[in-house]
Write a protein that binds this ligand. Sequence first.
Ligand code: GAP
Length: 554
Amino acid sequence: MSFIVKKKIAGKEYYYLQKSVREGNKIKSKFISYLGKNLEDAKMKAEKIKELEEKNIIPYKESETKIISKISIEELANFCKRKGFVYPSGDIYGGLGGFWDFGHLGTELVNNIKNQWKIYHIQKRDDLVLVDGSIITNPKVWEASGHVSSFVDLAVECKKCKYKSKIDKHELKNAKCDKCGSEYENKGEFNPMFTTQIGPIKENSTKAYLRPETAQLIFANFKLIQENARLQLPFGIAQIGKSFRNEISPREFLFRAREFEQMEIEYFIEQDQHCPYIDEIKKIKILIYDEKSQKENSSPILMNLYEACKKGIIKTDWHAYWIGKEFKWFTSLGANPNNFRARQHLSEEKSHYSIDTWDLEYNFPMGWRELEGFANRGDFDLKQHQNYSKYSMELTKSDGKKIMPHVVCEPSLGIGRALIVFLLESYYFNKETNTTILKLHPKLSPIKCSIFPIIKKPEYEHIAKKILDDLRNEFNCEYDISGSIGRRYARNDEIGTPYCITIDEESIKNKDITIRERDTKEQIRVKIKNLRKIMKKLINEEINFTEAGRPIKK
Ligand code: GAP
């Protein structure tokens, strides 16, 4: 149950929404949201939060449901280049289609996305481990997996404007050119795997492939990983790494690249084993678009994932569970739940290994598109590797019975697509002031705080440098001394720095500083000796901003 709490700080009243939660035998009060300084406004905000919670919309900070900024994917790519997130690869030579280089901020953002993914999927669970296979492996892996023979797309060319593209085979009848809307001509099947030669002398060299997915070495190494980590079904093996596909028409910035990174989980169960974690997603509602609705041309329906599973729309509880878990991961990092939906693949659209596939789709500027895939690969891959290698992939149960595990669900996410989502969700452009704020979740922000001496004087700079040295032990911080304070705030807002710290005259006398929060522009005063601890709590969302120090009147 949630309730409003009034707190008096430095003679002023502040309102908060709290919730009673049971922890063991104790009932504890947990912070939900800051509600402001006015009781009437606070009541309205609290109502809005309750309403969102009932609809299972997870509120972000002060419960603003975020509205996606209307920028195109090209504008986002320009912004990323201008600010040093992502550049076309080898840009000074004109770039190369489908290849991208990451600048300092982009590299940090990607690393933060990976790190948050790792904490959520590996660190906080007992049933998942992380591995790292090589990019080039024995080509027999790709023969066994079916990629050499069946991983094919259809190359097409527009009959009118000659635009080249790739489509799924089942789309050929109805597909129209993305550029001019005319009919496509079928140019035949092609395999998007990149090939290379191993060995310096061409005649003696072996043909090999750059991996088109990270999944395969999880299957090929399945027994070694399972035995080493003493894993018991159900369990998952995850991998984060580069994949390569010779896409015929890479486009839409990082959305369809030739070199990209994936974060994949192969989740193994004993066939028909139920999901013991299903309660975790019981309340989650999402737009669901199953094969039947698509074929009947009807709209997706907002449904509880658990209900969808009970009604047989989603066939296994594992599928419902993983779709819910991944959706929750995105929303917990600030994404608006209304921008997501779960869409089932049409039977004719599925990959060669899949029994049933769902996509978590996102409402990108170019429309609803796949963000993350969830294929039910059954025992296809392990059986294939067993047949080709003659090495048993079966597990022995405690009663001595041998079983072949099934991958009931494979959550597979491209980091480039996740990066686009987090940037779109946080990009706010103010037309009046001509300024951009990147409201990235603090856990994702490349730079966590920027430190400014208010003026260029040795005594201010000395304190600022000492704070910088201390905070750098924990996270990325920057020191900024050039330009007005307003200019320094704007520069940091634009790259998503959540907190700015200023050292002023009072800092010398009172040994305290001001922290300014990017999204609310609220400011608090904090003692320097407590700063490192407070910054950690703010970034990890363990404390509300206005509770973290003495609020300053604007
Ligand atoms: N192991 C299964 C697999 O690779 P997929 O649907 O082909 O399945 C999974 O790819 C995810 O990888 C996609 O949902 C997308 O996020 C990302 N992805 C796939 N191809 C991509 C490309 N050319 N560029 C960027 N990301 C891509």
